[in-house]
Every structure is written in structure tokens, then in C-alpha cells.
Design a protein around this ligand. Structure first.
Ligand code: WTA
Length: 677
């Protein structure tokens, strides 16, 4: 099936029944201090003024050479923004702040163990550490401009240091979420062609110091089997000078960064003058086929977009302490912990561990201690905090002026708790809808200008012009109350440039569906297909309903059903696997896994466990199924297609609908008995 085809399991039908909510308005105090209060920004960034309107964002950056063409569409839909411009992201995030702000904290690091206390890294210290590590990467690891390197790092300050050191050299970083398994990391090493892996020995998760180095061994072994040799593994130490993992270091391959760094003390590395369209990083994301897609983000366009949106949507100002709880292993962390905030000279908070460890008040204590006033998290975390400690926020003396929600639709109920309890009724909320592919926000309210509406992301961002198509390609009128496929009519600087090494897949997945002319060089002919379903209300606010392709959003992490299914199929006894999303009150969705065995094999608890373990090994714990159901047969259409919609209805205890047209309708009742017992 083509990636852009609509599947039968559309979440759209479920959510359209949500009722419209009333507006909430920002306080006058908030408006008085906001970065963006000029309503004419929507006009300035209207389609009539496209693409020149984005000069405003580019001008927030320092360029070595100013660009001469704002948007080059000659290779549409692979666009080049700010062409002719020369720029360096590391310079923009660090060096340019030194003259006035070298003593300002760039990163507040919060280790998970309570006894470790906070670390505050100034811009000057960040400068020194990034330079020294960049020298090591260049001279010891032999990395140079245009090379790709894989990072598999946890939430420790060495992660942004590594990213910024790569950016300084023009080396493309590809950070793999630390919670992913070694095998998942291997796939990304192979696809990106990395011959260096940068990792850490250990990190804390819920009070346990996890051995992370073991994943590197698995990753290198698998990558080698798949034809990608890794020459060096650079290992940061959670406790410098001490090795906290059990797996032995491999002689000649594995190196402790802290040992090698001694040779680079005091080293300074001139930032590379990168072309605006040179890749800055890859971020892999799940698709409908097993192979993850390496979203390739550029330098000038991406940085301009995340800097502008951090300033106007996150409202980051010099005095603020900004805490985004995401993991830097995801796009949110790249754009809105590292690049956007640092380009704005913010103080950004990084927390190593679990928000509710060791108790549900932890997050609010961190906020109180650091005097955080801008807070950014996902509905899944909000739901967990609400469940475990609904009254905790009131016990702590912090005050947020601004809060973000990102990653999944937020239920109005949960939004209201977030507003009243976490925000103490004072903070404004922005519900930011966007994707790995889009680099930055697509829809959101502007905090001082557009009122909030629980459950709705808001209108398109200035300069972003969404449109909803139905399945046959007609545009749905505003306020139709009907769900459709939300697309963006125009390109924007933050959008990814292509899928790494696979331009055809990029075009097929994101553009072919509503393309008006495949040979066109005019951006108007290439609407960007987001893959989400949405409804637009009368007021132009968009409510995002979920994915139209089969990607499951677990705790804000995007997992391809196909990825999980193919992991299950690694187990020799398994014939068929089908994954369906089950509603979960904290995680949002959880995968339920249905398995049919090859003939001659019997279902057993043991086998179910093996399948479960295999998925954790292949992908990571976040993909762990709620339950592995070993069934006699899958419900199938006459053409042999597994009916995931029916399985989904059984798992969620909703109506399975008419199943009489199936090849084997009797199996539905049997599975129902088993699952709904
Ligand atoms: C979903 C995360 C509703 C959506 C930044 C999208 C959202 C996918 C929201 C991208 C939101 C993200 N409201 N749904 N505010 N934000 N999504 O690539 O389905 O990890 O397509 O990027 O998350 O997930 P990704």
C-alpha cells in the first residue's frame, strides 16, 4: 500500500463529536511583556507576501554572507531557503552571545538523583566545551564537513554539546532517541552511513543507573552485519573519570571521550561557513513501511524558523527560564530545547529523568528551584502528572507565564487541569501542532494575540497556510465540521529538505497525493500532506484528530505499526502480526499486538513473552505491547488483507461493525471472547 493512502482505521470519525470550547484570553500582564503583540503579523505573513515575509525570521540570525534568493523552487518540492547565504548554527547558538552574555546560564542541567544537585553551564563554558569536542571530532575521529555521525545519547548536557560541536564542523548529526534499542540504532547507523557512533556509558531512569553502553555493542554488531562498519565508538561518561557500565570497552574501537579530550584542552575551532541549504541534522521518524525515514533538515531555513517561533510563540526573553520537558532525541528537543532557545540566548533547562521521580511533586520543585517561568511538555506527561499528583502544583511556589503542549491532541479536560492547576490560572497555553518533518510549529495561537481554545491547536502560524482536502481532492470549506486531510499550501523555512538518500520517497509520501502537476516548479502545485486528519472551525482554528496513516502515538512518541509488526515477525513461530492502537488514559495510545502462528505451533504464555521481549529488543521499551494476543486466525478481507479496523474495535471494546463480508467472520466472535473476557 502506498504511504499516502488512507487506511480504514481513521481516527477522524471518533473525534469530530467533540464539542466546541469557549475561548480563554491572555492576561494584560502577559500581553504587556510579550515579544509579539502586533496583530499585523498575520497580514505581513499572508500568502500575498509569500515568500518574502520570511526575511523577518532570517534577520534574527547572524549570517557570514547574506543570502540573495529567499526561496529557490527550481527542484520543487525540494526547496532551498535563503540561497547564497552562509551561516553556522553553532556560532548563532553560542559565539554571538558571548560579548554580552558569557556569564549567563545557557543550560541548567537537572540530574535525576536528588543528591546530585543542579549544574549550570554558562555560554562561555558551553563555548569552551563545544570547541574542545569539535577539535576532537575533527582530529581524533576524522570527521569533516558533510559527514554524518550517529548519536545515541541520553538527556545529559554532553548531548547538546555534541550536537553543537557537529554543527560547528558542518558534520550532520543524527541523534537516535536514547530509549531506543541497539538494533533500532543500528538501522539508523546503516541508513545514514555513519562510521562514528557517539554514546554515553549510563544514565538514570526512575532511580536506576542504566547500562547504556551495551546498546552500542549491539548497534555496532548489527550495523556491521548490514554492511556499515563503525570505526570508533566515542563514550561519554555519566560520571567523568569513572566507567558506569558493565559491558567492556572494545580495544581500538571504543574510547572514553573524557580521556581523549585531554589532548584538546584549550582548542578552538573556527565555525565552518555552511551554505544555508547544507544539512544540519537528520531525525529519523516512523513511516508506514518498516524502514524509518531520515528527515533531512537544512541549516539556514531551519534555524531561522525555530529561532523565530521560539521568540514569538514560546515568548522567550532574556530574563526567562525556559523548561521543555521533551527528550532531545525527538524533534521537539532539537528545535525547542537546543536550537531555538539557544539561538535566542535563553537559559534552557534539561532534566535527565522521569518527571514523577521520586514523587509527583518533582517537576514542580524543579520549577520552583530554578524559577522556571516558561514550561513546555506533552499531553502524555500532563496526564501522568494529573493522575499521580492532581494537587501537587499548588504546593510549590513557582509561576509560569507561558505553557506549551505538543505531540498529540490534548483532551479539553486535561487542558483545563493544565491551565488551572499547573498554570495556576495565570499562564497562557499554546497548543502547538507540528511534526518531525516540519522542523517547527505549523498551527498554534500567538500567545498575546490569538485567544486559546482547549482542544484546538489554533490557526496556521504566520506564514503557514493550512488547507483541508477530502479523499477525492476537494477542499473542505472552513467550518464544515468535517474531518479531512490537513495539508500546508506553501513551503516554509523549517520544513525538511528531503528524506536522506530517498528523494522519491519524500515526493511520494508527502506531495504526490494532492500534487497538481508533477513537473511543476511552482510551489503552489505542491501542497504538503501532513498525514494528519483535522477539522477547521468557523473561526479558522484547527483541531487535529490524529494520523491518517497507521502510526501510533504512544506517550507522544511516534511508532509505526509496521515497525512493531516487523519486529514481531522476527520470532520464528510468528506468521502474521497486526498492531492496533488502544486508548490509554495516560499514554494516549498503546499498541495491542495480534499474532497468528505458523502451522504446527501452539500458543503459550512463554511464546507471548518471547514476542514481547523481541519487540523491546528490536525497537525499545516504548513499543512494548499492552498485550500479545495469539489468535487462531486474523480477520481478513476476501483479498487477504488483515482487518485492523476490526481488531482495533475489539481492543477498544467499540462496535466492530458489519463483518459479514469478511473471508472468516466467525473468527471475530472468537477473538472478542478472548480479548473482552
Ligand atoms: C501529532 C512532534 C495534536 C500529529 C512535534 C503529528 C499533534 C505527529 C500535536 C508528529 C498537537 C503533534 N495536537 N496532534 N499539538 N503535535 N501531534 O513527528 O499526529 O514526533 O503528525 O513531532 O504528532 O509527531 P512527531
Amino acid at each position: 500500500m502506498a504511504e499516502n493512502e488512507v487506511v480504514e482505521t481513521s481516527e477522524a470519525q471518533i473525534a469530530v463529536h467533540w464539542k466546541e470550547e469557549a475561548y480563554y484570553y491572555p492576561s494584560t500582564e502577559f500581553i504587556a511583556q510579550a515579544n509579539m503583540t502586533d496583530k499585523s503579523i498575520y497580514e505581513r505573513m499572508s500568502l500575498d507576501n509569500f515568500p518574502n515575509c520570511f526575511k523577518e525570521y532570517a534577520d534574527l540570525l547572524d549570517w557570514y554572507e547574506y543570502w540573495d534568493e529567499i526561496l529557490d523552487t527550481s527542484d520543487a518540492p525540494c526547496y532551498k531557503w535563503f540561497k547564497g547565504g552562509k551561516i553556522n548554527a553553532s556560532y548563532n547558538c553560542i559565539d554571538r552571545h558571548l560579548a554580552k552574555n558569557k556569564n549567563k546560564t545557557a543550560i541548567h542541567f537537572v540530574p535525576e538523583p536528588l543528591q546530585e544537585g543542579y549544574a549550570h553551564i554558562t555560554y562561555q563554558e558551553l563555548y569552551v566545551r563545544v570547541n574542545e569536542f569539535a577539535a576532537l571530532l575533527r582530529d581524533f575521529a576524522g570527521l569533516k564537513r558533510g559527514d554524518c555521525v550517529t548519536l545515541h545519547m541520553p538527556m545529559i548536557p554532553e548531548l547538546p554539546i555534541t550536537m553543537l560541536a557537529c554543527a560547528r564542523l558542518g558534520v550532520i548529526h543524527s541523534q537516535v532517541f536514547g530509549g531506543f534499542s541497539g538494533t533500532a540504532c543500528a538501522d539508523r547507523i546503516v541508513d545514514s552511513g555513519s562510521r562514528i557512533l557517539i554514546t554515553a556509558d549510563a544514565y538514570y531512569r526512575s532511580g536506576t543507573l542504566l547500562d547504556h553502553k551495551q546498546n552500542a555493542d549491539v548497534a555496532v554488531e548489527h550495523a556491521t552485519k548490514d554492511g556499515q562498519v563503525v570505526d570508533k565508538v566515542l563514550v561519554w561518561q555519566r560520571y567523568p573519570g569513572k566507567y558506569s557500565a558493565k559491558t567492556p570497552m572494545v580495544d581500538g574501537r571504543d574510547f572514553f571521550v573524557n580521556d581523549v579530550l585531554k589532548d584538546y584542552y584549550g582548542a578552538r575551532v573556527e565555525p565552518e561557513k555552511m551554505n544555508s541549504e547544507d544539512p544540519l541534522f537528520l531525525m529519523y521518524t516512523s513511516g508506514t513501511t518498516g524502514k524509518p525515514k531520515g528527515c533531512q533538515h537544512g541549516t539556514g531555513g531551519y534555524l531561522a524558523y525555530v529561532t523565530g517561533t521560539s521568540k514569538y510563540v514560546q515568548d522567550i526573553q532574556p530574563e526567562d527560564v525556559y523548561w521543555c520537558m521533551a527528550d532531545i532525541g525527538w524533534i521537539t528537543g532539537h528545535s525547542y530545547i537546543v536550537y531555538g532557545p539557544l539561538a535566542n540566548c535563553a537559559s534552557t533547562v534539561m532534566y535527565e529523568g522521569v518527571p514523577t521521580y521520586p514523587d509527583p511533586g518533582r517537576s514542580w520543585r524543579i520549577a520552583q528551584d530554578l524559577d522556571v517561568n516558561i514550561f513546555h511538555t506533552a499531553p502524555t506527561a500532563i496526564r501522568a502528572l494529573r493522575k499521580l499528583g492532581p494537587d501537587e502544583p499548588a504546593k510549590y511556589n513557582y509561576h509560569f507565564k507561558h505553557m506549551t503542549t505538543v505531540g498529540e491532541p490534548i483532551e479539553p479536560e486535561v487542558w483545563k487541569w493544565y491551565h488551572k492547576e499547573v498554570g495556576k490560572g495565570e499562564a497562557i497555553i499554546v497548543d502547538t501542532w507540528w511534526q518531525t518533518e516540519t522542523g517547527g510549529f505549523l498551527c498554534s495561537t500567538l500567545p498575546a494575540i490569538t485567544p486559546m481554545k482547549p482542544g484546538s491547536a489554533g490557526p496556521g502560524m504566520p506564514g503557514i497556510h493550512p488547507i483541508i482536502y477530502d479523499d477525492v481532492g476537494d477542499v473542505l470549506p472552513q467550518g464544515a465540521g468535517k474531518a479531512g486531510n490537513i495539508c500546508i499550501q506553501n513551503p516554509w523555512p523549517g520544513m525538511f529538505m528531503t528524506i536522506w538518500g530517498d528523494r522519491d520517497r519524500f515526493v511520494d509520501t508527502y506531495f504526490t497525493r494532492y500534487c497538481k502537476d508533477p513537473n511543476s516548479k511552482d510551489w503552489r502545485d505542491w501542497p504538503y500532506l501532513t498525514g494528519d486528519a483535522a477539522v477547521e472551525a468557523q473561526d479558522g482554528y484547527f483541531r487535529i484528530l490524529g494520523r491518517i496513516d497507521d502510526v501510533i502515538n504512544v506517550s507522544g512518541h511516534r511508532l509505526g505499526t509496521k515497525e512493531i509488526e516487523s519486529a514481531a515477525l522476527v520470532v520464528p513461530e510468528v506468521a502474521e502480526a497486526a498492531v492496533v492502537p488502544v486508548v490509554h488514559d495516560i499514554k494516549g495510545k498503546e499498541p495491542d499486538l495480534y499474532i497468528a502462528l505458523k502451522p504446527g505451533f501452539e500458543a503459550s504464555e512463554e511464546l507471548a513473552k518471547t514476542i514481547n521481549d523481541t519487540i523491546c529488543e528490536e525497537i525499545g521499551k516504548i513499543a512494548k505491547p499492552r498485550k500479545v494476543w495469539i489468535v487462531k486466525d486474523m480477520p481478513k478481507t476476501r483479498s487477504g488483507k488483515i482487518m485492523r479496523r476490526v481488531l482495533g474495535a475489539i481492543s477498544n471494546k467499540t462496535d466492530v461493525g458489519n463483518v459479514m463480508t469478511l473471508a472468516n467472520p466467525e473468527i471475530v466472535e472468537e477473538i472478542k471472547q478472548m480479548v473482552q473476557r
